[in-house]
Unconditional design. Sequence first.
Length: 185
Amino acid sequence: MTLLSIFLIAMALSFDGMAVAAANGAHHHQMSFLKAIRIAFFFSFFHLLMPLIGLVAGIGLQQIISGFDHWIAFILLVIIGINMILESFKKEDEKKIDIHSIKILLMLSVATSIDALVVGITFALLPVNIRLAVGIIGITTFALSLASIYIGKKCGECFGKQAEILGGIILIIIGLKILISHLMA
């Protein structure tokens, strides 16, 4: 597998994480740099870890997980998206979604990296330098997620509640996209 192919895969795998990161940047437009780094780290760590798990698991896991992985991602993203929309109507001091909590970060990280698990299974069938591939995936996801947080943060500062609602809708759309693409396949 060529370096360009690996980079394009990394970009494609990063898109869900980028959208979620931007939505959370819009929702939490007072976010500090360290908190943004933490979010980008979680997303990149799981995007790095999932292909390794997929590689180790090989074909057997694909048959088990492929039956319901899309439902897991869909449910997690829809729940968080709906909560984000509902939270947008509350006063700032009443908001409960805490992207900085380990529980929420884990849910979002898993939901946006399930497709990386399938890519890892594919890597088991191809001649690929796995260290290079997961390194590129992790670095790309980190950089793009961090940039997306700040893009979302700027939108949140400019558009406030509307950006939060849009962020929630984006999460729901990503969940629907994942579900529909697996059901149509």
